[in-house]
Every structure is written in structure tokens, then in C-alpha cells.
Design a protein around this ligand. Structure first.
Ligand SMILES: *Cc1c(COP(=O)(O)O)cnc(C)c1O
Length: 380
């Protein structure tokens, strides 16, 4: 039956006492995401070590590809990011039709939450896991369930203990941000084996390019061997944060569902072009990895020998743990006074920690020289 058009303008359909639009359940309980600060005192050159960006810039090939599309800015991009998916398919040896690209992996994570979570559902994440998971869970009006960690590392037993009949999604960043710790392939598989087949396992491998541990697996095998795992990746940590490009690889049925609600032109023309070139530039990725591994090891040791604890990191950052929150705050200020901007960790429930992105040699040496004064001898 067709309603008469004027009906739409009559206030008689009002069924609530609200006097203004009301957000869905859970939305206003979301603590707004607080990004790292990006200011320095006046006259001091800023070195940003707060957002896990590439210290070597972007792949030169990505920059060329980015410039090359400037003359077609008036055109919509190809909606499925086909050229980028094909590049990723080739480089990673996977089926391009089972890849979905997004404006950052944030986009992908939001889409997954929207597709698989709703009121009454639970999403499990680990205690010091990535901050976006609680936001997207609440955004989908579902419940957040935090699994305690053991010594700043995700704990498979503790994650499994939180699973209930209402669990619909398990989020795991591997390696994790902000702790830097990772679960080896065997542990990730143990976790997956114990999950019901109707629980979506989101394996967020944002820092995969930086992992050097030999018992690590990025997740492609697990996606291939199951129907309930997606691997989520990003270009942000490997030199292209400004263009916002991320992607996922998953089983066909999940790809199909996500594609139904994805923005039809969700990745920009320049983002697709730059990311495809970066994906293919394996030399640049190796260079980034080698630089990072060298200075990550150096920084970890240097802080350790000054009585500042650092959980072993496989990311492009380390988490420095101080005696207490006041010491971390003082250390943050001392670094900032010299233009070295790191990330405070209140938002993650680690107020005695500072996350420090791996940068160039000179800032790394300056960080250690300043932090020396903030160690806790005897607290090892
Ligand atoms: C940085 C980060 C992302 C988000 O990356 P974007 O692609 O920039 O949205 C996702 N997951 C983890 C664990 C991250 O640290």
C-alpha cells in the first residue's frame, strides 16, 4: 500500500518523549578517541614519535604514483580498488577477489563490527588491546568484554574464559598496539581452534611488516583454512598514513557481506595508486623493517639498562614502563620540552607507560639520553 505523501510531515507518528534526536544505545558511553598530541614548545623542532608513522617517509614509488593521478582528480576512483587488490593479491599470493580495501583499516574494522555485531552481542578483546575495538563495538550497540592480559601480553586462556553464547566477535591485534607483544602462530591457532565456528575472529596484523619473530604468522594460512577468520592490514604504519588505506582478506561469504555495506567509492584514487605502488615496493618495505629492527632492539636494550622496563616489541614502537604515573608524566614533559613527542597511555589504562615510535638514529639517542634520569634502579 502506498502512503499518501503528506503523512511524512505529520508529527502524529511521534512515539517518544524525546525532544531531539537520540543516538543509538551505547554511543554516548564511548570515550572519545584521544589521538597523540602533535605540538611542541615554540621554537623547538618537533620529532613526532607518537603515532607509529614511518621514519623513512613513504616509498619513493608511492610518491610518484600519487603525483601521477593529480590530473584525474575530477573522476571517481574505481569503486572496488581493483588495481590495489590485484597488487596485494600478487605480492601476498592471495586471491584478489577475497580482498576488501578501506579508507584505513579503521574503515574495515567499523564495517566488520556493523555487519557482525548488534544489541545483546558481545565482542571480546584483550585488556590492553587496540583502542578502536571498544569504540566500534559500542558503535554497533554491542557489549565490550575485556580479557585480562598476562604481563602485557594477550592470554589465550583468559580470552577463551570470556566466551559466552552471546560472543559474536573476537578482536586480536597481533602484534598488539600499544604493548608491542605478540602471540606466536601456535597460540593464535590454539585460540582459533577453541572458538565456535559462528564467532568471527578478527586478526589485526597492522604491524606485520615489522615482525621479525620466526614463530609469527600474519594470518593468511588461518584465513585460508577456515570460514570465520579475517586478516586486517594497513598501509599507515609502513609509510602511507596520510592517504588512509587499509584492507582485509577473508572468506568469500564475509567479503560479500562487507562489500554490501561498504561505501561504493571508499578508497581515494590517490590512495589506491600510492598503496598499490607501495605494496609492490618490497625493497622499501625491507629497508623500513631493517631500520626498525635495528633501532627497536637498540632502544629496548638502552632503556632496559637504565632500569626502564620494555615488554619485548615486534612493532615499530616500544612501550616504556616507569615506576608510576607521575614518573611517566615527568618523562613525557622532559621529552616534549626537547621536541620529542611520544604517546601517553592514560587512555589505555597504562598511565605509568609511554609508547615511543621507532624513529631515526638521532632522536632515538636523544630519547635515551633524556629518559636515563627516569629509570627506577632496583625495580628490575
Ligand atoms: C594503527 C592501527 C590500526 C589502524 O590503522 P589505520 O589503517 O590507520 O586506520 C589498526 N590496528 C592497529 C592495531 C593499529 O595500531
Amino acid at each position: 500500500m502506498v502512503r499518501p505523501v503528506f503523512d511524512r510531515y505529520e508529527p502524529i507518528l511521534m512515539s517518544s518523549s524525546a525532544t531531539r534526536p537520540v543516538p543509538q544505545k551505547g554511543i554516548l558511553e564511548i570515550a572519545p578517541y584521544v589521538p597523540g598530541r602533535s605540538d611542541a614548545p615554540q621554537g623547538v623542532a618537533l620529532v613526532k614519535l607518537s603515532a607509529n608513522e614511518s621514519p623513512l617517509g613513504a616509498s619513493p614509488k608511492a610518491i610518484v604514483a600519487h603525483k601521477a593521478v593529480a590530473n584525474t582528480l575530477h573522476l571517481y576512483p574505481e569503486g572496488s580498488s581493483r588495481l590495489l587488490r590485484e597488487a596485494l593479491g600478487e605480492v601476498h599470493g592471495i586471491d584478489a577477489s577475497r580482498i576488501v580495501c578501506g579508507f584505513g583499516s579503521d574503515d574495515i574494522l567499523h564495517l566488520l563490527a556493523q555487519v557482525y555485531l548488534g544489541p545483546g552481542d558481545e565482542a571480546v578483546m584483550s585488556q590492553f588491546g587496540f583502542n578502536v575495538y571498544p569504540i566500534i563495538t559500542r558503535g554497533a550497540s554491542a557489549e565490550i568484554v575485556m580479557a585480562p592480559e598476562t604481563d602485557y601480553r594477550a592470554d589465550v586462556g583468559s580470552i577463551l574464559a570470556t566466551i559466552t553464547p552471546r560472543t559474536k566477535v573476537v578482536f586480536l591485534a597481533n602484534p598488539n598496539n600499544p604493548t608491542g607483544t605478540y602471540l606466536p602462530k601456535s597460540e593464535v591457532e590454539r585460540l582459533h581452534r577453541a572458538l565456535r565456528p559462528d564467532i568471527l575472529f578478527v586478526l589485526d596484523s597492522a604491524y606485520a611488516e615489522y615482525v621479525t619473530a620466526e614463530d609469527y604468522s600474519v594470518g593468511i594460512d588461518l584465513v585460508n583454512a577456515s570460514q570465520n577468520v579475517v586478516m586486517v592490514r594497513t598501509f599507515s604504519k609502513m609509510g602511507i598514513a596520510g592517504e588512509r588505506v587499509g584492507w582485509m582478506y577473508g572468506p568469500e561469504h564475509i567479503v560479500d557481506a562487507v562489500n554490501r555495506i561498504r561505501g561504493p567509492f571508499n578508497v581515494t584514487l590517490s590512495g589506491q595508486a600510492a598503496a598499490a605502488a607501495a605494496a609492490r615496493d618490497l625493497d622499501f618495505t625491507s629497508e623500513l623493517r631493517a631500520h626498525n629492527a635495528k633501532w627497536r632492539g637498540w632502544l629496548t636494550n638502552a632503556l632496559g639498562s637504565n632500569a626502564i622496563r620494555v615488554p619485548p616489541s615486534q612493532g615499530n614502537f616500544v612501550l616504556a614502563l616507569f615506576e608510576d604515573a607521575a614518573t611517566a608524566k615527568a618523562a613525557f614533559s622532559a621529552l616534549r620540552d626537547e621536541g620529542l613527542l611520544v604517546r601517553e597511555m592514560h587512555g589505555y589504562g597504562i598511565p605509568h607507560g609511554l609508547r615511543i615510535s621507532i624513529g631515526l638514529e638521532e632522536p632515538m639517542r636523544r630519547v635515551v639520553a633524556i629518559l636515563k634520569a627516569f629509570g627506577a634502579p632496583g625495580a628490575e
